[in-house]
Design a protein around this ligand. Structure first.
Ligand code: NAD
Ligand code: UGA
Length: 465
């Protein structure tokens, strides 16, 4: 009987968990172990109640429920899982550096290097190491150097296999990806990884390139996507000044097959753990390689995004007669997009921060975000007394949208959760002091309907009544 292929993934986060669950689901002949140093996270992945998984993604619970314990395992025993692995995925965090050289822009690679060292110390046979994390170009060279310096160079290959899933649609993206990208030097190692994906991805959608093209393609893809959002958001501001409607402009330009309709939804600003971090990293690399003009070009995408978030908060303050002090403002949605519990770099954090600086009281409702998470995010954004404000009742997390909007001077819709489409806005209006203001940061609702009810309603890119 032939040995079963063994895959180990270091990092049980938003990428490691769902990605490995999909591999285990589609490849019953492969054993997949996901390891993490975070004991709490691993315990949550192993929780008998699938509602307690640490990552919320539609469809994830069913796949974990089916594969866990059969050929999908979650563990904190990193060394044992590495020892027996044929293929090792590195799927750890690569956040923006907050200290020292490159602070605020460069990627912090200490977790990647730690993985390389752990692998070098632990494995005793041939292995394929796969960069699943998003990394700066030439990171594979660092991993190889660490391995070689520790006598593990000959029978170990390093491949780049960046992940393109988007949160909220991760399972669908993994099941039917536009492409799988594999960069490497050794054709046999590449073929081995191709054979894993071939269990469910058509061969013509598995692209193979050299290592550096693969690493750079990931940063470039995120930069291009974010640039589209900043581009349409820049036009949303012009629409508000001129009477054009950004939805109509997006439809008109998106019908051009060279432009295409996707990623043209104007919003309060893009969030998420990756767009900003990856663009800043790209800019840092461009500066590093002596290309300041290229660096500045990409930096402007982030600059426009910061301005859009600030502009939205300023709009609220201005329309509320330039003072929000002691006024209750309802915030609908805090996650960075719908269908995820992830709040990393959510636009809502920065809008709330700007309002709190002006002494507003906030009543926030999000179906997947906890008060504890909210306080952590606000503290990170500079509201150091967020906990005290919450204790005084100036920041509250409500259990539904109606509770948040009751007695609020204004409602700001910041995440496009489906349930916000179907609220009874007449009921919302009746419980608010007048004039009742509505600010739609996602263009989710019919502005005409809100105005008919009586709201002073504003929607990004559609102007004020
Ligand atoms: P995450 O923070 O959710 O998960 C990373 C996990 O790695 C953490 O649980 C951490 O405890 C663990 N870890 C770090 N070092 C470790 C070590 N040495 N040993 C064991 N465990 C360790 O991060 P994420 O959102 O899953 O992102 C991971 C990578 O994938 C990043 O590079 C990110 O840019 C990239 N990416 C993310 C997404 C996304 O949607 N979140 C999509 C594509 C790519
Ligand atoms: C993004 C990319 O889409 C993925 O391909 C990539 O793998 C991932 O980053 C990553 O590297 O982490 P994600 O951030 O999960 O995925 O979600 P997106 O759907 O891209 O949305 C990002 C942000 O842009 C959200 O805040 C969203 O609301 C906003 N957005 C998106 C808009 O404001 N308008 C749009 O038209 C599209």
């Amino acid at each position: 009987m032939s040995e079963r292929l063994k895959i180990t993934c270091i990092g049980a986060g938003y990428v490691g968990g769902p990605t490995m669950a999909m591999i285990a689901h589609r490849c019953p002949s492969i054993d997949v172990t996901v390891v993490d140093m975070n004991e709490e996270r691993i315990a949550a992945w192993n929780d008998a109640d699938l509602q307690n998984l640490p990552v919320y993604e539609p469809g994830l619970d069913a796949i974990v429920g089916e594969a866990r314990g059969r050929n999908l395992f979650f563990s904190t025993d990193v060394a044992s899982a590495l020892k027996s692995a044929d293929i090792i995925f590195i799927s750890v965090n690569t956040p923006t550096k907050t200290y020292g050289e490159g602070a605020g822009e460069a990627a912090d690679l200490r977790w990647i290097e730690k993985c390389a060292r752990q692998i070098a110390e632990t494995i005793d046979g041939p292995a394929i190491i796969v960069e699943k994390s998003t990394v700066p170009i030439r990171t594979a060279a660092m991993i190889k150097t660490v391995l070689e310096a520790n006598g593990r160079g000959d029978d170990v290959d390093v491949l780049s296999n960046p992940e393109f899933l988007a949160e909220g649609t991760a399972m669908a993206d993994l099941a039917d990806p536009d492409r799988v990208l594999i960069g490497g030097e050794n054709p046999q190692a590449i073929e081995k990884l191709v054979s894993v994906y071939e269990h469910w991805v058509p061969r013509d959608r598995i692209l193979t390139t050299n290592l550096w093209s693969s690493e750079l393609s990931k940063l470039t893809a995120n930069a291009f996507l974010a640039q589209r959002v900043s581009s349409i958001n820049s036009i949303s501001a012009l629409c508000e000044e001129t009477g054009a409607d950004v939805g109509e402009v997006a439809r008109a330009i998106g019908s051009d097959s060279r432009i295409g309709p996707k990623f043209l939804q104007a919003s309060v600003g893009f969030g998420g753990s990756c767009f900003q971090k990856d663009i800043l990293n790209l800019s840092y690399l461009c500066d590093y390689f002596g290309l300041p003009e290229v660096a500045d070009y990409w930096r402007s995408v982030v600059k426009m995004n910061n301005w859009q978030k600030h502009r939205f908060a300023q709009r609220i303050i201005k329309n509320l007669f330039n003072t929000v002090a002691d006024k209750r403002i309802a915030i609908l949605g805090f996650a960075f997009k719908k269908d995820t519990n992830d709040t990393r770099e959510a636009a809502a954090i920065y809008v709330c921060r700007d309002l709190l600086i002006e002494k507003a009281h906030l009543a926030i409702y999000d179906p997947k975000v906890s008060l504890e998470q909210l306080i952590t995010d606000l503290e990170y954004a500079g509201i150091t007394d967020a906990r005290e404000r919450a204790e005084r009742g100036e920041i509250v997390m409500t259990s539904d949208a109606y509770e948040a909007t009751e007695q609020a001077h204004a409602v700001a819709l910041l995440t496009e959760w489906d349930e916000f489409k179907d609220l009874d806005y007449q009921r919302v209006y009746e419980t608010m002091p007048k004039p009742a203001h509505f600010f739609d940061g996602r263009r989710l609702l019919d502005l005409g309907h809100l105005r008919k009810i009586g709201f002073t309603a504003y929607s990004i890119g559609s102007g004020i009544q």
